[in-house]
Design a protein around this ligand. Structure first.
Ligand SMILES: Cc1cc2nc3c(=O)[nH]c(=O)nc-3n(C[C@H](O)[C@H](O)[C@H](O)COP(=O)(O)OP(=O)(O)OC[C@H]3O[C@@H](n4cnc5c(N)ncnc54)[C@H](O)[C@@H]3O)c2cc1C
Length: 371
């Protein structure tokens, strides 16, 4: 039976980053990915935005990690030649009734340590983005866009440089504790395998809960139920009407940021994500959503030409509901690595992340937990 230091299950951005870090720390690392390529799921199906950290509850782990991660990500891009642009983002209140929400966002950002938000007058908004309608706005200069494929490739190259192996078409399926770590059973290119790892990191994204359910001896109560939330995009043909990212006010009482405009690296605009719960791993986007998209977009982009909207890509996000067991997960940010070292009890050996939640009086409202 193969014996390795650290097995990372899942070759998305989280698994790649964990593999690179574990390899850099001198561990022998194997990264297994069930698909035949590393960018099949959530990591390559998103807005590709580097967030400034405006929306999360001040003091929460997410707020802290977002700000820290943003700076680290920009420096990583610089050091590793990953394409990115600090295009900046406009947050727009479309009606007077939304101004209070805009001000609340500004306060929230300030309390989270994001001091860079600038107030934008209506005249200035006109100058920055002629086609955007609004009665007040904020500008976030720290928000940017990133070439996510380039970023994943750079993480993989770094992991490999430090000795990590990537094995594609390989699924981790079952895990049982041993005196020295974990025995992991799975399938690779149609064959069964069994290996021993001192540490296993579950970075299986949409399938992380399923994988956790198959950890021998781990009570179901410790496995958070995840629900799939699909975000759908529409592309906008022709010359981009904006040169910044444009976000309306977040929708009240939901976890949604509203259908916003993002720019891809080619300078094309796409709108989204418009979201819906789903149970199917189906990334197709229905053209029939065009009307719904147009209505949402026309609020801040009244001169939209609906004919230029075409169904684009979609991505699915695993969401964890507000159960006690989920709180730590949510506070741990996007990553859900479960570190496990020999010499700990099974329960202790499975932890949600290597950081403790900071001051968080209660579980955050759902609106603070997403994105
Ligand atoms: C619509 C949308 C927009 C978003 N926009 C942004 C944004 O602008 N900015 C931002 O920072 N974040 C954004 N996100 C969030 C971001 O995309 C995710 O947080 C991130 O990609 C999660 O990466 P991951 O590695 O956990 O998941 P994934 O990329 O899904 O990787 C998990 C991998 O594990 C593999 N796997 C699963 N089970 C197994 C198994 N048993 N064995 C082997 N392999 C397995 C899967 O095949 C997959 O490749 C967005 C998400 C969505 C859905």
């Amino acid at each position: 039976m193969n014996d390795i230091g650290c097995l990372v299950v899942g070759g998305g951005v989280i698994g790649l980053a964990c593999a690179a870090q574990m390899a850099r720390q001198g561990n022998s690392v194997m990264l297994v990915e069930q698909e035949c390529r590393i960018d099949e799921h959530t990591s390559s199906r998103n807005s590709e935005v580097i967030h400034a950290g405006i929306y999360y509850a001040p003091g929460s782990l997410k707020a802290g990690l977002c700000a820290e991660g943003r700076d680290l990500l920009y420096s990583w891009c610089q050091d590793h030649g990953v394409n990115n642009r600090r295009v900046g983002k406009l947050l727009v209140a479309v009606t007077e009734s939304e101004v209070a929400a805009l001000e609340a966002l500004q306060r929230n950002a300030r309390h989270s340590g994001v001091d860079s938000l600038e107030e934008v007058s209506v005249a200035c908004l006109r100058e920055l983005e002629q086609s955007v309608a609004g009665v007040a706005a904020l500008f976030s200069p720290q928000t940017g866009i990133i070439d996510i494929h380039g970023y994943m490739e750079s993480l993989l190259a770094d992991a490999r440089r430090h000795g990590a192996d990537l094995v594609l078409d390989t699924r981790g399926e079952h895990q049982a504790p041993t005196a020295q770590g974990w025995e992991v059973v799975g399938g690779s290119c149609g064959e069964r395998f069994k290996l021993h790892a001192r540490c296993v990191i579950n970075a299986a994204g949409l399938f992380a809960s399923q994988l956790a359910e198959r950890v021998e001896g781990l009570a179901a109560a410790h496995v958070p139920a995840t629900h799939w939330c699909q975000g759908r995009y529409f592309a906008y043909a022709g010359r981009a009407p904006f040169s910044h990212l444009v976000y309306p006010m977040p929708e009240t009482n939901t976890a949604l940021l509203g259908v916003h405009a993002t720019l891809d690296r080619g300078g094309q605009v796409r709108f989204g994500p418009e979201v819906a719960w789903t149970q199917a791993l189906d990334y197709r986007v229905d053209e029939s959503l065009r009307e719904e998209f147009s209505r949402a977009i026309a609020r801040y982009f009244p001169s939209i030409d609906t004919n230029k909207l075409t169904a684009g890509c979609s991505g699915i996000r695993p969401k964890c509901r507000r159960r006690p067991a989920c709180r730590r997960f949510q506070h741990s940010g996007a990553a859900n690595p479960w570190f496990a070292w020999p010499g700990q009890s099974l329960r202790d050996r499975i932890t949600w992340a290597d950081r403790k939640p900071r001051d968080c009086p209660a579980c955050l409202p759902a609106s603070r937990l997403s994105h």
